[in-house]
Design a protein around this ligand. Structure first.
Ligand code: AMP
Length: 113
């Protein structure tokens, strides 16, 4: 997708701190971390947000969930982690390429809003 920040990161046109890559997914450290571990996991195929995730091929959906597990293990998040995906204006989504925030490395609050 032209003019998509995360498509450019996936293609290597914009640098990132990559932590994981496979055929379908790419993950990198958030530039403005909100936890000791804050990783963005994205499908290489462009869709705008999690509200469109069902349009991704099943193998891509499966790869995303498998990647969460691999990243959590690699980052030693054995005490737990949180996965967040902001969708649309009310959720303050700022980049219109589906991304899962993987947050961990500290005790988080019970509040999610
Ligand atoms: P959201 O607000 O849910 O759309 O999340 C977008 C995230 O992308 C934010 O947490 C930003 O800090 C992060 N971000 C923006 N630009 C970059 C970048 N160049 N490299 C890494 N993370 C970025």
């Amino acid at each position: 997708m032209e003019n998509c920040l995360f498509c450019k990161i996936i293609q290597g046109d914009i640098p990132s701190a990559k932590v994981y890559e496979d055929e379908y997914c790419f993950a990198f450290r958030d530039i403005n971390p909100q936890a000791p571990t804050h990783i963005l996991l994205v499908p290489k195929m462009h869709v705008a947000n999690i509200g469109e995730a069902c349009t991704l091929p099943a193998k891509v959906q499966t790869a995303l969930f498998a990647a969460i597990e691999k990243i959590a293990a690699a980052e030693k998040l054995e005490n737990g982690f949180r996965v967040v995906s902001n969708c649309g204006k009310d959720a303050c989504q700022s980049v219109n390429h589906l991304h899962l925030h993987i947050l961990g490395g500290k005790q988080m609050s019970e509040s999610m809003s």
